[in-house]
Design a protein around this ligand. Structure first.
Ligand SMILES: [Zn+2]
Length: 150
């Protein structure tokens, strides 16, 4: 961080004050050449994750869509709101840590399927029928047979 007065890069941090929310830090610095003081602020750069849809269009990743997909699949099933929360957070965590700014709907769907399978098999088949675009009973049958084999 160069001194705004004399331009030297030799500055020293006098003190650091994080904001109450912890999302940025202000640092008081002192220039080692001219001894003048100045303040810098450091923010976490927010990265917006984009989702590439089947048709190639992109849209921002919205956790609310993950949650409502899970809620639809788990409707009238013995799945608690806390379980929905936990699955939603798990999907978010994985999307944000495995992808580099861009993720396909297919990938997000796979993570959701994996999470939902651990919780409720009926909800899983419901979600799979949408995600895998089942066309007839045979598709359901194939999925259910593979579940039963596990
Ligand atoms: Zn200076």
């Amino acid at each position: 961080m160069n001194c705004p007065f004399c331009g030297t890069s030799d500055t020293r941090v006098v003190n650091s004050r994080p904001s109450p929310a912890g999302d940025f830090v202000r640092r008081r610095r002192e220039c080692q050449a001219c001894s003048r003081r100045f303040t810098t602020a450091e923010y976490v750069e927010k990265v917006e994750m984009m989702v590439v849809k089947r048709d190639g269009m992109r849209e921002p990743f919205q956790l609310q869509k993950v949650r409502s997909g899970l809620e639809r699949a788990c409707e009238k099933r013995p799945v608690s709101p806390e379980q929905i929360d936990r699955m939603t957070r798990e999907v978010e965590r994985e999307v944000l840590t495995t992808a580099d700014r861009e993720v396909t709907t297919e990938h997000v769907g796979k993570i959701i399927l994996r999470e939902i399978k651990k919780v409720d098999h009926v909800a899983y088949v419901r979600f799979a029928s949408v995600y895998k675009q089942f066309h007839d009973l045979q598709d359901f049958n194939t999925e259910i047979q593979s579940l039963l084999k596990e």
